[in-house]
Every structure is written in structure tokens, then in C-alpha cells.
Design a protein around this ligand. Sequence first.
Ligand SMILES: [Zn+2]
Length: 111
Amino acid sequence: MSTCATMNITPIKIGAIDYAVEAWDKVESTREERWGQISEYNHTIQVDTECQDWQIVETIAHEIGHAICTRCDLEVSEHVISTVSASVAALLRDNPQLVEWIMSISDKGQS
Ligand SMILES: [Zn+2]
């Protein structure tokens, strides 16, 4: 299991906005029956950090999907965002060499 402190991923930059990633209170996330939520007002992504690590990755990818759609003024169904975020999380999990290659490019300052 991860915590927001050990994830060391804050802020996540999406367009011109920096989003803080915060642990979401387990009681509240359970009541809402969701693992995450995003606030465009506070620029925060809250995530249930008591679930499995890859569920956290998928949840953050999901909330990023919402932010991108908001930034791009796209109306996309919850189903599409869920499908794409699950696919991105699986892609990253199943292709660590791809993540390493992307990080090597980033380390060189290339875009
Ligand atoms: Zn959603």
C-alpha cells in the first residue's frame, strides 16, 4: 500500500494547473463508493490510499482523465474515462521498459 507522502507525485501538472494529490478519508470515500475524486475549484485530487497500489494508479489516471477533459472542454462519459484510465494503468504496469525509456528522455530534458 502507498501513502500520498511515499508516492511523492504532488503536484501533477495538467495544462496550466498544478493539482495536489491528497489522501482521501477512508470513511468518506467508502460513503461515496469511489476511490478518488478531483476538485477543479481546489485543484486537488483525493485518492483512497488504503487500496492496492495499482488501484491507486488507475484512480489517479481516472481523475487526470477528468481534468484533461475539463481543460479541453470535452464531454466524455464516465465509462470512457474509466476504460481509458484502466487501460493506461495496465499499459504502465505491463511495460516497465516503456516507463524507464520515458523517464530517460525526461532526465535528458527532452520533451
Ligand atoms: Zn470519474
